[in-house]
Design a protein around this ligand. Structure first.
Ligand code: TUI
Length: 313
């Protein structure tokens, strides 16, 4: 069966399969990004809060591992976002996604350099604003996602964004297999972005404790902390989330809450502290059953989606 699936997204990016690997902080480094791109999707390096020169290094290493297109996710809460935005252009990165804010001020820079820009949005209003600003596509991310989230579900958000814009829409949040990809296409999306599933990839450098915690997780194991601070984050329940939610209920102030999460994602991903660290993961955590190579994952997802969508075309 020909597993290719042509959509405006695959045409825009020059890729075989309409699958984007999310630009997850600490997790999405060059080994993972290159593996996803080599498997026919598109991998992203998550710049997150990394120093700009580290991002440049990551991009160069990624180019050594793949000839296929890959991208960088620029996290807009990062005070260094502007420097990262320039590095992307200097290094000739073909695709940029953005998260956790409005990338408006970087659009001209990227568009003039021919970079394909795909902002992640969590509302119709932001999707429309991004289209007007010149975005090539948007990722509509529902609150089933791991990490920093909006407030509406993927099932409700995606069709509303599809109706509101004419650029391609990529669905994210709560998608973990070929059924999710097929469902996203039914909602009018032209691709999916997946994060949590790729955390368990063989090529993912996360600490074995993190992978194990994810693989053992069930459907209701994630919690959202930070509702009171305006930065809601979904992660797997542990000592940290319990303590955080208790403090939030008591009305603790921002600084007190911050103390609990400072460096906590790094502690989980790199050091394997899954007790006090932040184990970011989406609601499909319960669907992640085993470590697999990116290629195996993508082949499996495409076979399942193609079967559901009506077989080989
Ligand atoms: O960005 C993400 N997910 C993330 S970023 C991240 S790093 C972090 N860690 C701790 C606290 C905060 C951040 C971990 N996960 N997803 C994309 C996304 N973007 N989801 C929601 C949004 C979003 C939110 C507001 C996009 C635009 C937006 O606009 C607000 C405005 O008007 O500026």
């Amino acid at each position: 069966m020909d597993l290719g699936m042509r959509t405006r997204l695959t045409e825009l990016l020059g890729i075989q399969y309409p699958i984007i690997q999310g630009g997850m902080a600490w997790v999405a480094e060059y080994h993972l990004a290159a593996a996803v791109s080599n498997a026919g999707g598109i991998g992203l390096i998550g710049a997150a809060s990394a120093p700009p020169e580290v991002v440049r290094e990551q991009v160069r290493k990624c180019k050594e591992l793949t000839d296929k297109p890959f991208g960088v996710n620029v996290m807009l809460l990062n005070p260094n976002a502007e420097e990262v935005a320039k590095i992307v252009v200097e290094e000739g990165v073909p695709v940029v996604t953005t998260g956790a804010g409005n990338p408006g001020k970087f659009m001209a820079l990227w568009k003039e350099a021919g970079v394909k820009v795909i902002p992640v949005v969590a509302s119709v209003a932001m999707a429309k604003m991004m289209e007007r600003a010149g975005a090539d596509a948007v990722v509509a991310e529902g609150m089933e996602s791991g990490g920093h989230i909006g407030s509406i579900t993927t099932m409700a958000l995606v069709p509303q964004v599809v109706d509101a814009v004419s650029i391609p829409v990529v669905a994210a949040g709560g998608i973990g297999d070929g059924r999710g990809l097929a469902a996203a296409m039914m909602l009018g999306a032209e691709g999916v972005q997946m994060g949590t599933r790729f955390v368990a990839a063989k090529e993912s450098i996360v600490h074995p404790n993190y992978k194990e915690r994810l693989i053992k997780a069930s459907d209701i194991d994630s919690e959202v902390t930070g509702m009171s601070t305006g930065h809601p984050v979904r992660s797997l329940r542990n000592k940290m989330t319990k303590e955080y939610l208790r403090l939030e209920k008591e009305g603790a102030d921002f600084m007190e809450l911050e103390k609990l999460t400072l460096g906590s994602l790094r502690n989980a991903v790199i050091d394997g502290d899954v007790v006090n660290g932040t184990v970011m993961a989406g609601q499909i955590a319960g669907m992640v059953k085993q470590e697999q190579s990116c290629s195996e994952m993508i082949q499996e997802i495409m076979e399942q989606a193609k079967r559901l969508l009506g077989g080989a075309k």
